[in-house]
Design a protein around this ligand. Structure first.
Ligand code: AOS
Ligand code: ZN
Ligand code: ZN
Length: 386
């Protein structure tokens, strides 16, 4: 097959990080459903993440969330990850859960709250040091609900001050990625509402700061692939929080609601050299009604399928059609790739790597789900204080 080398090389480069919080019980604000066998502690979450890697071969790292994944020794946790064949990925900070943060964390008008939030962010860098993690993911729930509630410009100054302090604390091999979110939990004005705000802060901070694109954090109809293309062009795309949505921040499985959008995003990733390193492909999802490990496996497969299709785009033919102003021809090249059934190709790719061609079936046959259901009594909710 003409494109097989390109596709294989691209798929080999694609590493997808799974989030520790995906393995715990989760739900909506109406109900959190409990499922048998969910992890009781961060060690078991990592063991579950290792299963996703075992059957996909494409998910070698797991993101931690502090304090949900608080343990006595983070170096011990990293050793446990290594022993399970995975490594610790991004460290996700949490400055949204305490009562103190009702009016914001690093942008709070009260300097004592700002100091507390900054302390936590710096603690997260300590966790990075102990685990070997290279990425600090910052998401701030900060914002205001009512016009006039606080000085939105002063809040930017406070945000910048905190980011400066965190940036200064990063080691040579560490970087921060700043996530934006249009709304929720603040509804009038979030303090990092869009990629432009995140980009401006990251640009000012320097090369170790980049933007993270959570696919669920945009207004309906936003052209996310344009944002991806732009940020990659500027060398400022730090990574993705992949998930899919019908309405807002639904956190459903990546590629489930709109596989075509994921394809369009992955095409811009491929086009912009985003598989060559420096971009973290993270899942940020919750599995409320579906089993969690298979939910993650399915998501990894969905991202791989979108990437394979993106890699299949005949770039020469596309460039020719674009040069000639052949609108429908160019669009046709794109759609030909999207319309290709890449499942046989991916099955072959896995077999070459010594994996089962169908990770979902292989996981189901492994007996792991039955084993954890029997062994683990008292699994916990995704976001708990350890
Ligand atoms: C929140 O909406 C975000 O998507 C964040 O990435 C958040 O930090 C993550 O869900 C873990 O809490
Ligand atoms: Zn996110
Ligand atoms: Zn989110």
């Amino acid at each position: 097959m003409r494109w097989s080398t390109v596709v294989t090389a691209g798929l080999r480069a694609l590493r997808i990080e799974t989030p520790s919080w995906a393995y715990g019980n989760s739900g909506t604000r109406f109900k959190v459903f409990t499922r048998k066998g969910v992890p009781r502690d961060p060690y078991e979450k990592i063991a579950d993440a290792a299963q996703v890697h075992r059957f996909t071969g494409a998910a070698p790292t797991v993101a931690l969330h502090i304090p949900w994944d608080r343990v006595e020794s983070y170096s011990d946790l990293a050793g446990h990850a290594r022993a399970n064949g995975v490594a610790i990925g991004a460290i996700n900070s949490n400055v949204f859960q305490d009562d103190d943060y009702m009016l914001g964390s690093v942008t709070n008008p009260d300097p004592a709250v700002r100091r507390k939030a900054l302390r936590h962010l710096l603690d997260c860098v300590d966790v990075m040091d102990a685990t070997g993690s290279e990425v600090l993911k910052l998401w701030f729930s900060d914002g205001t609900n009512y016009p006039g509630q606080d000085d939105i410009r002063a809040r930017q100054d406070r945000l910048a001050e905190a980011l400066d302090a965190v940036y200064a604390r990063l080691g040579d091999h560490q970087r921060l990625v700043l996530e934006y979110k249009l709304f929720e939990p603040a509804f009038y004005a979030t303090d990092v509402p869009d990629w432009g705000t995140a980009y401006a802060h990251c640009l000012r901070l320097g090369p170790k700061a980049r933007v993270v694109v959570d696919t669920g954090h945009h207004a309906p109809g936003t052209n996310i692939e344009f944002i991806v293309a732009f940020l990659l062009r500027e060398g400022k795309l730090g990574g993705f929080d992949l998930n899919s949505r019908f309405y807002a921040d639904d956190d459903l499985m990546a590629g489930a609601a709109d596989p075509f959008q994921l394809f369009r995003i992955m095409y811009e990733v491929v086009r912009g050299g985003g598989l060559d390193g420096g971009v973290a492909f993270m899942l940020d999802q919750c599995h409320n009604i579906e089993p969690k490990i298979p939910g993650q496996i399915r998501s990894v497969m969905n991202v791989q399928e979108a990437a394979a299709k993106a890699l299949l785009v005949d770039r020469d033919a596309l460039a020719r059609a674009q040069r000639e102003g052949d609108v429908l021809g160019a669009h046709g090249v794109f759609m030909d790739a999207y319309g290709t059934d890449v499942r046989p190709l991916l099955a072959g790719f896995r077999e070459e790597a010594g994996l089962a061609p169908d990770p979902m079936a292989a996981y189901a046959a492994s007996g792991y789900a039955e084993r954890i259901a029997a062994d683990r009594i008292g699994g916990r909710q995704a976001g708990w204080e350890a």
